[in-house]
Design a protein around this ligand. Sequence first.
Ligand code: HEC
Ligand code: HEC
Ligand code: HEC
Ligand code: HEC
Ligand code: HEC
Length: 194
Amino acid sequence: MKKLLPLVVVVVLIGAGIAALYNVGRNKGYSPDQPIPFSHERHVTQNGIPCMYCHTGVEKTKHATVPAMNVCMNCHSVVLPDSPHIKRLKEAYASGKPIEWVKIHDLPDHVNFNHKRHVAKGIACETCHGDVGQMVKVKQVVDMNMGWCLDCHRGKTTPPEVVSAITKEKAADPVKASMLGTAVAPTNCYTCHH
Ligand code: HEC
Ligand code: HEC
Ligand code: HEC
Ligand code: HEC
Ligand code: HEC
């Protein structure tokens, strides 16, 4: 019994730890001022510019990436040249000193997240980021904690069309079906942690 006790304590501690981690907050509501007041509402909703025009990495790589200044200059070399904000943009571009956008959504380094995998499955930007196209200033609208990831991987909060696509894949692939069980995406620790 005495030999077992430390082990039991460790197991209980890990259990309590994981339960607590499930709900650790991750910046929900965070909406910092940016060095240049860039409005998604004005670009996306008023001027119809698609997300991928600027966030070019999102379908192809792990990172969505924030656009480099030459992307802004595609338009702003001619659009609103007299705006003080655009003048600052041009000065920064000319001096080669990039604008330091404040990162809003920011997971710890030990977490492995991949945009491409999620976007390829048809999960909309809005599911995870809210209606950014309507935002004058970007705001993080969900708590990006472990529970948030897992609730979707377990199928609890997954968009219905994603659930049905993966249900079909499981029906056609017994190996996938046995690996996932009732889940729609892997829930093993090493899926998300390096
Ligand atoms: C004209 C270029 C442009 C377009 C179009 C655009 N974005 Fe952005 N996006 C930016 C820039 C610049 C930033 C960094 C400044 C900021 O946060 O406002 C940004 C920031 C973001 C962020 C926050 C990044 C962080 O630090 O966490 C998200 C999320 C985002 N965009 C999603 C979208 C979505 C979704 C769409 C389409 C509905 C979209 N963007 C369209 C340029 C663009
Ligand atoms: C595809 C074209 C396009 C791209 C790319 C683009 N913009 Fe714009 N931007 C516009 C248009 C159009 C407007 C609104 C013009 C209007 O309302 O008269 C605008 C307005 C703005 C304004 C408002 C200026 C003011 O004083 O009202 C800012 C700031 C701005 N853009 C910054 C940026 C930044 C930073 C980038 C790069 C991340 C960027 N834009 C990329 C087309 C673009
Ligand atoms: C399944 C959820 C999910 C979906 C869908 C999603 N994102 Fe993200 N996004 C995240 C997470 C989580 C982060 C934080 C990543 C980090 O810090 O490593 C993030 C970060 C970002 C960033 C900051 C830069 C970066 O790559 O970390 C931008 C910009 C962004 N997302 C844009 C988009 C756009 C545009 C779409 C749709 C085409 C999209 N996201 C779809 C969850 C999602
Ligand atoms: C709205 C639902 C949703 C959210 C939220 C979500 N995921 Fe996923 N994730 C999925 C789906 C569906 C897949 C399966 C994609 C496939 O089958 O290719 C997936 C796949 C993955 C994969 C690839 C797994 C593999 O097969 O190797 C990783 C890694 C991952 N997600 C990490 C995360 C992390 C980390 C978060 C939270 C920051 C997160 N996901 C949030 C739905 C989601
Ligand atoms: C679907 C993705 C996903 C899976 C699966 C997952 N985690 Fe996490 N985990 C996260 C995310 C995202 C965070 C960051 C949460 C935060 O910082 O708010 C996190 C944070 C943690 C932390 C906190 C580290 C710190 O910074 O304090 C530990 C420890 C951890 N996870 C352990 C586990 C263990 C053990 C498992 C398996 C039982 C597991 N995780 C499975 C996504 C996942």
